[in-house]
Design a protein around this ligand. Structure first.
Ligand code: FES
Length: 162
């Protein structure tokens, strides 16, 4: 049979355990709050910038691309054409509602699958509803390589003579 003193010690031990538990819980909560503050502080110090993919890409060596060739850079949404006067690049994005157009090899037109617009190989509208032609893009020659820049529109009569 327990003595009165034993019961008091036992109750006191439970109280100590409860306090210890609450102390640990409080410390954990403070630690989490501190960690959250630290993470928010570090994120605040980093620039909040959207890094976009570089829009410039290498097309290839011009001497390996015969006159009359239309290359499709599908992931860049760009066509590069070697026409009779030289090279030019045009956007594959339709001027109507922005669908990506298609070119079937051997055909002299580019078509839009969304609403049926078609364009010639210089990007001019053959049939609507597209309100304007495909945007011409900057094409340069750097260290013997053709470089297209999908972010840089140029006048539609721009041709790179190589
Ligand atoms: S988006 Fe191309 S015709 Fe409408």
């Amino acid at each position: 049979m327990p003595l009165i003193d034993d019961l008091e010690v036992s109750a006191s031990r439970e109280e100590l355990e409860r306090r210890r538990f609450l102390g640990l819980l409080g410390s954990g909560a403070l630690g989490l709050a501190g960690l959250g503050t630290l993470i928010a502080g570090v994120r605040y110090l980093e620039p909040d910038v959207l890094y976009e993919e570089d829009e410039r890409f290498t097309v290839g060596r011009p001497e390996t691309i015969p006159v009359g060739t239309l290359l499709v850079a599908r992931t860049r949404k760009v066509y590069v054409v070697h026409g009779p006067r030289g090279f030019y690049a045009i956007s594959a994005v339709c001027s109507h509602f922005g669908c990506v157009t298609r070119h079937t090899p051997g055909q002299a037109r580019i078509t839009c699958p969304c609403h049926g617009s078609s364009f010639d190989l210089t990007g001019n509208v053959i049939s609507g509803p597209a309100p304007s032609g495909l945007v011409h893009l900057k094409l340069t020659l750097e260290h013997g390589l053709l470089i297209a820049d999908a972010s840089c529109p140029v006048p539609s009569d721009t041709v790179l003579e190589v």
